[in-house]
Design a protein around this ligand. Structure first.
Ligand code: NBP
Length: 481
């Protein structure tokens, strides 16, 4: 037994992660795949890695030093359970099983509990960054016990992406059991929102100014040198500049406009609904993908009327700058909402999550990597208990500078009949959360009217009910609703 780490599942993610591990000083990597061909191919193609191949789970366990540490990279769901069950048979108390796949966090909580009963440690680790990340350095979000982090921490730190600002590896022990997969889920939700906001910005500029995709690519490339600097803005410019070889048209004009989804955005929204956290930006982004993917409805709905007036922008450059500011303001809201969900999840599941550390490990290796995450980390370093991220001084300043442009863009989009669901819902959230009074008082009145759900008063303690179907006097009520 001389491997210090093992990988189970050698499809694209697992083999890249195994190669990443093998390339680090001091690691010897055991590899196993259900069907042996993938193992054989990997060791044949990468003799430099010095992999220790195994044909059975028994051989795999025998090739690992104790405490044995293995990372599973298989298809999320039943395959993960099958591999866990097989490893539990051949591992011993104190060993560590890591699931690096895209598991749904309640599954991770369940698996951690079941595996812990055998004395073996189970760690659900969100791994972000796709194939390239797995090979060169992903952002890693591990949950699991403190005990497993002692062994696992140095290994994961050695393969994680490195934040350019301070050279810190993009990995932290997020919290116990499902905390890592929970945070990875919210990461993906934020990614949905960020992508939708960028897409809306592109659409507004294109339809507002008539600029070509290549010209808009230049605008995004320019934006990428400022406060919006991020991987997603960078690749947006690349995609917009691409010309389709077969038609000579911009590629974006020949790609079918129906966005796919693998479900992590929906998980983020479903979880937020149960936690009572308004992640409206992520929800709109998820729904916008759903809306795009129903051609049968979009076809019939084309008969619906749009605005009477033709949409024209007189000051093109001014409009583009407004869109940039609206994009930044909406992005602040999307991240503020995402971090709110992490805060609420931590409270619900008893995870001690350091929000500044989460912002820091997203600075490299993952899809949402951006300059901006440094500002979020600063905000939480300054005040770890910040109730609303966008109320940190830096963001207040950015929103103060951007809010009038943001309002103009949302108003223009509405008047022009251009859908901007994420821009407009972010603005509505912003105005809702900063409002002195909300019409929620009226909702409470309605609820009391039809269901005697009672209400509280602003001027004295207690719970009250109006006798709506009687003489409409107010009575004190039991606080049961
Ligand atoms: P896949 O998700 O395509 O899974 C294929 C692997 O699962 C193969 O190694 C296959 O073995 C194995 N497997 C299956 Br299917 N059923 C099994 C079973 N019952 N027992 C043992 N092994 C089984 O691989 P992938 O695309 O490399 O993704 C791996 C994980 O990483 C997934 O959870 C995925 O969601 C996640 N992922 C993450 C990112 C990211 O950016 N973070 C990107 C892509 C994927 P076989 O060769 O014998 O069929």
């Amino acid at each position: 037994a001389h491997a210090n780490i093992g990988v189970v599942g050698l499809a694209v993610m697992g083999s890249n992660l195994a190669r990443n591990l093998a390339s680090r000083e001091g690691n010897t990597v055991a590899v196993f795949n259900r069907s042996y061909e993938k193992t054989a191919d990997l060791i044949a193609e990468h003799p430099e890695a010095g992999f220790v191949p195994a044909q059975t789970y028994e051989e795999f366990a025998a090739s690992l030093q104790k405490p044995r540490t293995a990372i599973i990279m298989v298809k999320a769901g039943a395959a993960t359970d099958a591999v866990i069950n097989a490893l539990v048979e051949v591992f011993e108390p104190g060993d560590i099983i890591v699931d690096g796949g895209n598991a749904y966090f309640p599954d991770t909580i369940r698996r951690e509990k079941a595996v812990r009963e055998t004395g073996i440690n189970f760690v659900g680790a969100g791994i972000s960054g796709g194939e390239e990340g797995a090979l060169h350095g992903p952002s890693i979000m591990p949950g699991g016990s403190d005990e497993s982090w002692i062994t696992l921490g140095p290994i994961l730190r050695s393969i994680a992406a490195i934040a350019p600002e301070d050279g810190e590896p993009c990995v932290t022990h997020v919290g116990h059991d499902g905390a890592g997969h929970f945070v990875k889920m919210v990461h993906n939700g934020i990614e949905y929102a960020d992508m939708q906001l960028i897409a809306e910005a592109y659409d507004l500029i294109r339809r507002g100014t008539g600029k070509s995709p290549a010209e808009i690519a230049d605008i995004f490339a320019e934006w990428n040198t400022g406060e919006l600097e991020s991987y997603l803005i960078e690749i947006t410019a690349e995609v917009l500049r691409q010309i389709d070889a077969s038609t000579g048209k911009p590629l974006v004009d020949v790609i079918l406009d129906q966005a796919g989804a693998k479900g992590t955005g929906a998980w983020t929204v479903q979880t937020a609904l149960s936690l009572g956290v308004p992640v409206s930006g992520i929800a709109e982004a998820t729904f916008a993908r759903s809306l795009s993917s129903h051609p049968e409805q979009r076809d019939v709905a084309q008969t619906l009327p749009g605005p009477d007036e033709e949409f024209t922008v007189t000051d093109g450059d001014g409009f583009i700058e407004d869109v940039r500011r609206a994009l930044y303001a909406s992005k602040i809201v999307a991240y503020s909402q995402g971090f709110d969900e992490i805060r609420a999840g931590a409270a619900e599941y008893n995870w001690n999550i350091d929000l500044a550390a989460i912002a820091k490990i997203w600075r490299a290796g993952c899809i949402i990597r951006a300059q901006f995450l440094n500002r979020i980390a600063d905000a939480y370093v300054e005040n770890a208990e910040l109730p609303v991220l966008m109320t940190a001084p830096y963001f207040v300043d950015a929103l103060t500078r951007g809010q009038s442009a943001w309002r103009r863009v949302v108003a223009t989009a509405a008047a022009a009949g251009i859908p901007a669901p994420a821009f407009s819902s972010s603005l509505a959230y912003y105005d809702g959360i900063r409002a002195d009074r909300l019409p929620a008082s009226l909702i409470q009145g309605q609820r009391d009217f039809f269901g005697a759900h009672t209400y509280k008063r602003i001027d004295r303690p207690g719970t009250f009910h109006t006798l709506w179907s009687g003489d409409r006097t107010e009575v004190e009520a039991e606080d049961t609703h």
